[in-house]
Design a protein around this ligand. Sequence first.
Ligand code: FAE
Length: 532
Amino acid sequence: MSHKNFSRRNFIKTTALASAGLILATGCKDKNDPYKRFDNYSEALIIGTGFGGAVTALRLGQAGVQTTMLERGQRWVLTPEGNTFSSLALPDKRSAWFETESIAPFNPFVGVSPTFEPYAGVLERVRYNGMDVYTGAGVGGGSLVYGGITIAPEEPLFTQVFPTEVNYNELASIYFPRVIQMLGANPIPDDLLNDSEYFNFVRIHVEHAQNVGLPIHYFDSAYDWDIIKQEIAGTIPPSAINGDILYGVNSGAKKSLDQSYLPQAEATGNVTIKPLHQVRDIEQVEDGYYKINVETIDVDGNITSEIAFHCRYLFMGAGSLGTTRLLMRSKAKGYLSNINDTLGAGWGSNGATMATRAQLPVNTGDKQSSPSSSAAYDFGNSISPTVLDMANYPLGFECNCLIYLGLTLDPNRGQFNYNPSTDDIDLQWVNNGIPKNAMDDLLERMNVANGGVSGNIFTLPETKDDLTYHPLGGAVMGETCDYVGRVKGYPNLYVMDGALIPGSTACANPSLTIAGLAEKNIETILAEDIIA
Ligand code: FAE
């Protein structure tokens, strides 16, 4: 084992930075940080490399704080051949986090799926009683698998979900624009929207929504539209336009966090990312420092070593499920026993639904596989305000159908409980029907105005609200944490990710809200807790 060497390297590097004035320049409160006592020590440590983790890493790195990021998944590096990720059409082991067949929610291969060996792939499906949750795994977290939809919640809905201590105007005017600029997210260009056969389905969606009086929002999208044009022109192999979004985009068109925040964080010279490092649990040790117990794994899931890291400032960025699991497990083992009993509560699915309309009297085209670009706002819905994201449906043939992701303002909240027999958490979830009913109400109005029926597609026969891509909550602000993510009762322990969110991002896809809050919170934490 090279713990000693690693520790010594860290020590030498940190000392060198300190003598160069780089660490003292941050004005850390305790200038005699006794880090030498611990193996694998870094001043700050972040668990997870998704939105909350990546934002935190960049800002810590820029402030001169030596930071280690532990990520359970792989680092996926794009190749010129365009073969890094699994395709959607023929999923292989790279598509899923230790599964043996495709886990796509609209899997057209059910029963006849290709099977494969369990592997450290990019998309995880966690099956709870009555709710399946999807999350990303790998350097970049959910951004590897996400649709790039970058939407800010509307203020009247935001204030129904978030506590008044979170200032909407501050987020909207400072932090959301900062994230959008960092991601390079931007709306679909007019030429693609108006003329390309690859976006015919979007034009139909817009027309159908407008026919029932809904305003359309062309949202910022974390896609490089020039690369998409190259894919369409055939100058590079197609990937995003083939619907290869769920398992990663091979052409580089998706502006995932490994193209923005994370390389910029590493470029500060203060941030180190360690892939295939799966955190088991966390202990508070003497003087308020933290010990992080880690299994290193190989891509086949074998544990290759068990090691401990230490840090002074610990940031949770393992996502709603990952962070809640780690905190609850650590609490149950007596390592963080003072976290209050709100831990595990307040979890929500973001009121998410997935639905189709079929038998449409228009051709939606055989190329409805490109990134989504528009949403319709149904805030007058009598059951719940609903945002209707147009989604891509990579069937590859004319289906006269459209697929949607609907986000509703669902007040339903679940409760996680630690299960000692599995050493994991279970979700207690009772479906209240609101997301499905709101969505069906909206789709029915669209069918009456435009033709078509809801559902009735073999892969998605009816509106589903028992799965979500948007897990939120578990260590919620104002309850388990304060309003900037400090875990109550545990100095220097912070929640920076979706676990902090009170179960919903108010009819918006969550990445922008999670990242915007992380930007805002790390600014406060640096100023008040880390820098003198
Ligand atoms: P997240 O991005 O999930 O990152 C957590 C990281 O922690 C992951 O890399 C994990 O591998 C890692 N991790 C977990 N446990 C451990 C452990 N024990 N040890 C070490 N590492 C660990 O967290 N949102 C949008 O706004 N727009 C979209 O278009 C959109 N599309 C989506 C499509 C799909 C298929 C999915 C699954 C999600 C989508 N989302 C979308 C949701 C979005 O990806 C999600 O809200 C954020 O990624 C959550 O960010 P967090 O920082 O909470």
